[in-house]
Design a protein around this ligand. Structure first.
Ligand SMILES: *Cc1c(COP(=O)(O)O)cnc(C)c1O
Length: 388
């Protein structure tokens, strides 16, 4: 059929290439997928075809990431989303209904508090926020209407750890779903499913992508559970763009070597800080002085790249330290190749009262470091000059 050039440029060159088998999964930059016939579409609708129909439902570039993430967490399946918060919302709205109760660690990512306290409770879900001591005694915590227990470990910015296995076992014994935000550990350092947790959530924005250039999230678990959550992602629409999925798939390929370096450099920095008289306290689960060192040793393969500390002199000294940094960049977020510094009272704990800060274990002089991939000697030298 003769084509007008306007039509020709739309159709010529589109579609699959025979004989061109790429090593990497390409960016399937398409919102929709072509069907050859009505019979093929009918087979799809009857669930008898593995074809794709629409990128909000599934996209090959996104699925490549899901397969990698499932492998990393030792999960049957994973679901990738457009941000960590989209993963959190997808999970909570997908699992809970009016009348259910969610128990959430009080020490949790601020956005998670907002979704649970600010939104879920508007739809008849009741929420209880538990201290670390309460989470350590789950028998007393879990009630008859509890359906989900949500927690994270290590926790920002104190890097306190929850003893995962007993909490997960107590949940399972009562048919309550346990969900962990595993962002700070990364799947390389901690595999919660092997400790009995039902569902793992990640801000892929952080270590998993690892290059501070994509916002993404993920959920990983048994296929039955991931299947249950598919509609929430599909109909709330928190899907990841194929181009971002490609970047994440590339980032994941180096996660193992990046985490080894993050772990080693953070341990070096934490050890150096612990030996410096200008530093009053260091928070790193790899140090024997950390209150949860034994728990971390049991459940983590590495202690991660996050280090917090308190310099003598309180808030004004922390600000001065922050302003004097030359290599470590002043930015929120974490888990990328460049080292970052943030002040919790100006970021994650901004606006909290003294009492709320005390409950979170955060002081006004606290500094948080995300140790990147620079040479650790340069990082220590930068910290040293900034403390002067
Ligand atoms: C960043 C972060 C989130 C939120 O993820 P986004 O990708 O920013 O939506 C959730 N939990 C933790 C622990 C985080 O650090």
């Amino acid at each position: 059929m003769p084509h007008h050039p306007d039509t020709e440029i739309l159709h010529r060159g589109e579609g699959a290439r025979e004989g061109a088998a790429p090593l990497t999964t390409p960016i399937y930059a398409t919102s929709t997928f072509v069907f050859a016939s009505a019979a093929e579409l009918e087979a799809y609708q009857q669930g008898k075809s593995k074809a794709y129909i629409y990128s909000r439902y599934a996209n090959p570039s996104v699925q490549a990431v899901e397969e990698k993430l499932a492998a990393l967490e030792g999960a049957d399946a994973a679901l990738v989303t457009s941000s960590g918060m989209a993963a959190t919302a997808t999970a909570l709205f997908g699992l809970l209904k009016a009348g259910d109760e969610v128990i959430c660690s009080a020490a949790i990512y601020g956005g998670t508090l907002q979704v649970i306290g600010g939104f879920l409770t508007r739809f008849g879900v009741s929420a209880r926020f538990a201290t670390l001591d309460e989470l350590a005694r789950p028998d007393r915590l879990i009630g008859p209407s509890t359906r989900v227990v949500w927690f994270e470990s290590p926790i920002n910015p104190t890097l306190r750890c929850v003893d995962i296995r007993p909490l997960a076992e107590a949940c399972r014994a009562r048919q309550v779903l346990s969900v962990i935000d595993n962002t700070f550990a990364s799947p390389v350092n901690q595999q919660p499913l092997s400790l009995g947790v039902d569902l793992v959530m990640h801000s892929v924005t952080k270590y998993i992508n690892g290059h501070s250039d994509v916002t993404a999230g993920a959920l990983a678990g048994r296929s039955e559970l991931i299947e249950r959550l598919h509609p929430a992602r599909r109909f709330f629409g928190g899907v990841l763009e194929p181009a971002s999925a490609y970047a994440v798939a590339r980032g994941i390929k180096t996660l193992g070597v990046r985490m080894a370096r993050h772990n080693a450099s953070a341990m070096a920095v934490a050890t150096w800080l612990a030996g410096d008289p200008r530093v009053t306290r260091v928070f790193y689960p790899g140090l024997p002085s950390h209150p949860d060192h034994d728990i971390a040793r049991r459940q983590m393969k590495g202690f991660g790249g996050m280090v917090s500390f308190e310099a003598s002199g309180g808030y004004s000294h922390a600000c001065r330290f922050f302003d004097r940094l030359q290599i470590i960049r002043r930015a929120a977020s974490l888990g990328g190749t460049e080292s970052l510094c943030s002040l919790p009272v100006l970021t994650s704990q901004y606006g909290l009262s003294d009492e709320e800060l005390a409950r979170a274990g955060v002081t006004r002089g606290m500094v948080r470091l995300s140790i990147g991939l620079e040479h650790p000697d340069d990082l220590v030298a930068d910290i040293d000059q900034a403390l002067r």
